[in-house]
Design a protein around this ligand. Sequence first.
Ligand code: T5A
Length: 230
Amino acid sequence: MDIKELATHFRAPAFPGCYFFSFEGIEGAGKSTQIIKLKEYLENKNFRVLVLREPGGTVFGEKLRQAILNSQSPIHPVAELHLFASSRAQLLQEVTLKELGVPNTVIIYDRYIDSTIAYQGVARSLGIETVMRTHLSFPLTLTPHLSFYLRIPADLSHTRQKMRNAPKDYFEKQGDNFYDKLVEGYDRAAEIFSDRIKTINGNQDLELVHQDIVARVESLLTQSQETSDL
Ligand code: T5A
């Protein structure tokens, strides 16, 4: 099976009137900032919005998050891959699938499988195919309806990280080359999942970023409405 064929095994959950979105990008791309703005926008349209983060979102997932991001010693890339996939499977099963059964719900993930493709698949050199194969069992085959990849260059990530002035976590300690590979990894993911992943310029005023995201969301909502009217 090649990558294109592997990609056909992944699909969005079918809960009419409910949506699953994810935000992607390197550190400082603006994911958390834009998630807050999109949540508010959708709540004003009377959606029930839940924000979940990866790794994390469940008691088990938060333990994994602490173990990875606070690690003082190197973690083998294969171990990283399986730890992130474990947190993801638990979150999908314990929270996401249940909550999407409640009408009018939108689930927003702060990072999902495209992070694993970029970080473990490309930057850690495990290969995109390896990451996709690890996700072939349900519920890991579920994908968001739309993923917003906030694209910024590596040097802007460093500038924004410095401005935040917080202690560096496990991945933030990696060098420039690592961040260039992450951008390459996300670009590859956006090519493979071109219907789902929307690349947004994250290096513009945050209101303009928000407007680009809202335009994509509105287009999906209109399309879903037209389909349900048929
Ligand atoms: N990971 C995760 C993997 O390796 N594999 C996986 O499968 C998964 C799921 C998680 C780490 O785990 C790794 C990747 C990560 O290293 P995290 O803390 O969840 O870490 O994620 P981070 O990316 O580290 O979160 P950040 O807070 O750094 O980035 P955000 O959320 O993208 O950025 P945000 O919104 O906090 O903004 C950063 C700063 O920039 C400003 C904001 O005000 C803020 O100060 N900003 C802008 N400034 C100007 N213009 C704009 N348009 C701006 N947008 C934001």
